[in-house]
Design a protein around this ligand. Structure first.
Ligand SMILES: *Cc1c(COP(=O)(O)O)cnc(C)c1O
Length: 379
């Protein structure tokens, strides 16, 4: 089946008892057993819930995987992957990863004697240089936030295979519509479902997908043992959201391109970071491993003054000033004071996150209105 058909039908069957076409919200903690040990596959909702199961099957189908698991947040999904490791194990990770992931790695798992190496992943050499007998996990994020750096998943997966380490890709920015890491050699794909999969900025959730049976067993054991499971109502909302994922992503991509081109030609704009531009350093790899360039982009202003960026984000009327991304509505943010405030200025600037940088999560409104909004905000 092709993507749009899977988005609507995978994992979803009419309810057997009533024929209801939409998966019911099984708002229940427990399930009646006919006699001891005789149940219908559901005993307790931390372990199994039918609404969650439908969603897990749906997301794993979209990622071309065999096993899916949903969690109470994206970070709870990442937490599950890290709990597959043992003290003394080492992780190699991209250096410009999502701030919450960095915090989880360094303030929680370092305490349990897991060692992290943060490297640039534009080539494989920096990764290879950190590999040793203890390397058990390579953590990839692509495209990255907010510079839209691109990592060659296939190349890193080969390195991981040689090292007998797992490779997990945070696919939140690309979504399964634009990129399928398992097809490129990844062992696990991770999503902050909060973003594009949910798509309507109305919940927080995470997911993992794998086709490796050994990893899947661990994933379900940790999901049940740690208990960071999402509520049935939220699973229902994500099932509903995913039914239009392909339609939304088409418009996110179209609008993303229109805004990137508009900004590139704007006299007050210095640089636009969007992987669809030929001069973007990751363009060729993005073209190879993605089915489009997405709706995330950032840009800096001529003169690089923080006040000018503040002024612009204050003046927008259609865009909303907020953290997060991936919803139908367009959001605008200032990484230096919002998402990346905890990173030292020097390190921030080394990665291109300058004072005037503005990040956009381009929504699915009419592009003309979005362009006019930025026009008046930058005037
Ligand atoms: C938001 C986000 C996360 C964390 O997900 P939550 O649902 O907020 O816990 C992880 N990775 C990326 C790339 C994100 O954007």
């Amino acid at each position: 089946m092709k993507f749009g058909t899977k988005a609507i039908h995978a994992g979803v069957e009419p309810d057997k008892s009533t024929g209801a076409i939409m998966t019911p919200i099984y708002q229940t903690s427990t399930y009646v057993q006919d006699e001891i040990g005789m149940h219908k596959g559901y005993e307790y909702s931390r372990s199994q819930n039918p609404t969650r199961h439908a969603l897990e099957k749906n997301i794993s189908a979209l990622e071309n995987g065999d096993f899916g698991a949903c969690f109470g947040s994206g970070l709870a999904a990442i937490d599950c992957v890290l709990k597959m490791l043992n003290p003394g194990d080492e992780v190699i990770s991209t250096n410009d990863l999502y701030g919450g992931t960095f915090r989880l790695f360094t303030t929680i798992f370092e305490k349990y004697n897991i060692k992290f190496h943060f490297v640039g992943m534009s080539g494989v050499d920096a990764v290879k240089a950190q590999i040793n007998a203890n390397t058990k996990l390579i953590w990839v994020e692509t495209p990255t936030n907010p510079m839209m750096n691109i990592v060659d998943i296939e190349a890193i997966a080969e390195v991981a295979k040689e090292a007998k380490a797992m490779i997990c890709v945070d696919n939140t920015f690309a979504t399964p519509y634009l990129q399928n890491p398992l097809d490129l050699g990844a062992d696990i794909v991770m999503h902050s479902v909060t973003k594009y999969l949910g798509g309507h900025s109305d919940l927080v959730m995470g997911a993992l997908v794998t086709s490796n049976e050994t990893i899947a067993k661990e994933m379900y054991r940790i999901q049940n043992s740690s208990g960071a499971v999402p509520a049935p109502m939220d699973c229902f909302l994500v099932l509903r959201g995913i039914k239009t994922l392909h339609l939304r992503m088409q418009r996110h991509c179209e609008n993303g391109e229109k805004l990137a081109v508009f900004l590139k030609n704007h006299p007050k704009v210095e640089n636009v970071f969007w992987p669809g531009f030929e001069e973007h350093p990751g363009h060729e790899i993005a073209k190879k491993q993605m089915n489009g360039f997405g709706g995330m982009l950032s840009f800096s202003l001529k003169g690089n003054r923080k006040e000018d960026a503040f002024d612009a984000v204050k003046k927008v009327k259609v865009f909303a000033l907020a953290e997060s991304l991936g919803g139908v509505e367009s959001l605008i943010g200032h990484p230096v004071t919002m998402t990346h405030a905890s990173i030292p200025k020097e390190e921030r600037e080394r990665n291109g996150i300058v004072d005037s940088l503005i990040r956009l999560s381009v929504g699915v409104e009419d592009a003309e209105d979005l362009i006019n909004d930025l026009k008046q905000a930058l005037a």
